[in-house]
Design a protein around this ligand. Structure first.
Ligand code: ATP
Ligand code: MG
Length: 346
């Protein structure tokens, strides 16, 4: 019997807008790698959604699709366990977005705090961008996902998805499960420059594809404690970029607390704590680099992951959309045939 029938389903994804970084890793990918063993997992490469921001640079999206898949494979997402889906190969995502738009109150989109925030940072946005929370709801609902692993900034979108699903079920009959959000271990990794978020548009990233030398030089450039001039001066942990990263990458809490104590009492210097951090990050990235080398020598496996995954997801999407059209009682070809017969035409 197919194991997947009993497993609960998860749907999550990323926009293909460039190479992935440590923020994606600790905020999402690390968690996904564990989840793929327990759940029937669908990982979406949301290139339709990326168009909302980059419609004038489609080349960037095209190039990033494969880049993101290579990053995913490199962190250990496994197409034998999970399904990779390229959104634009499955136009049903667009159809369901449009149908869900019809029952989504505008006020819910206008009031969405994450969207408001993002719109406040841009001069003007496209309709597609404005509508992306509904498109995410469609991504989740088309797959009938039970669980959605996301960063905490995405929680309002999951709340919206739940509202849309409840409303659909109420209006047209039970169709969608009501999905739950699942937030990762590090909800938001700051940038190497100390800004609130590591983000490629801010240019403050350590990329999963960075070499060990690049990691070393990026960590060397991180700010520590500006009030500290000599090693023997007491150091501050609060607001110290290196220690914020140590919190995310050190998995021996006892050892880390000991290091903090020694730093605060002026017994250990910046050079030492930075070398510890460099090693921890490189230890994390070393297996990622090895897998990347493997896949770059086996590009047919990259292609297969995309093609086979997307084919499987398309069948699910077709089934859900036809169920949705049926539930909504939208006129279909069969109805047209019946009308023709009723009118007595040959
Ligand atoms: P960037 O800002 O670098 O362009 P992004 O935020 O556009 O990245 P998305 O594809 O929107 O990337 O997000 C993919 C996932 O990665 C989301 O779940 C998001 O919360 C998570 N993520 C992205 N950056 C970080 C970060 N700095 N810390 C934690 N999680 C992050
Ligand atoms: Mg972004």
């Amino acid at each position: 019997m197919n194991q997947n029938i009993e497993k609960k389903r998860i749907l999550t994804g990323m926009r293909p807008t460039g190479a992935l970084h440590l923020g994606h890793y600790v905020g999402a990918l690390e968690n996904w790698v564990n989840l793929q063993d327990q759940y029937d997992s669908y990982f979406l490469i949301a290139d339709y959604q990326a168009l909302g921001d980059y419609a004038e640079d489609v080349g960037r999206i095209r190039d990033s699709v494969v880049q993101v898949v290579i990053d995913w494979l490199s962190v250990g997402l496994d197409p034998k366990k999970a399904t990779f889906v390229v959104q634009s190969y499955v136009p049903e995502y667009a159809e369901l977005t449009m149908l869900l738009d019809m029952i989504t109150p505008l006020g819910l989109i206008r009031g969405n705090p994450t969207l408001k925030d993002e719109m406040a940072r841009q001069n003007d946005v496209s309709m597609g961008f404005f509508n992306y929370p509904v498109s995410q709801a469609a991504d989740i609902l088309i797959n009938k996902a039970h669980l959605v692993p996301v960063g905490n900034d995405q929680l309002p979108h999951i709340e919206l998805t739940r509202e849309i699903a409840r409303k659909f079920n109420r209006l047209y009959g039970q169709t969608f499960p009501i999905p739950d959000a699942l937030v990762g271990r590090v909800p938001r990794l700051i940038g190497i420059d100390g800004q609130a978020k590591m983000s490629k548009s801010l240019g403050n990233c350590i990329y999963l594809s960075d070499s060990s030398e690049t990691v070393k030089s990026k960590v060397e450039r991180m700010y520590t404690d500006p009030t500290r001039i000599r090693i023997s001066d007491p150091g501050h942990i609060e607001g110290n970029v290196v220690f914020t990263y140590l919190d995310a990458f050190h998995n021996d809490r006892g050892e880390l607390n000991d290091l903090k104590q020694r730093y605060m009492s002026g017994k250990v210097g910046d050079v030492k704590v930075k070398s510890i951090l460099t090693k921890l990050i490189n230890d994390t990235l070393e297996p990622v680099r090895e897998r990347r080398n493997y896949y770059e020598a086996h590009t047919e496996e990259i292609r297969e992951a995309i093609v086979e995954g997307t084919k499987k997801a398309k069948l699910i999407a077709e089934t859900t959309v036809s169920e949705v059209r049926g539930a909504m009682n939208i006129l279909d070809y069969e109805d047209l045939n019946n009308i023709r017969k009723a009118m007595g035409s040959k």
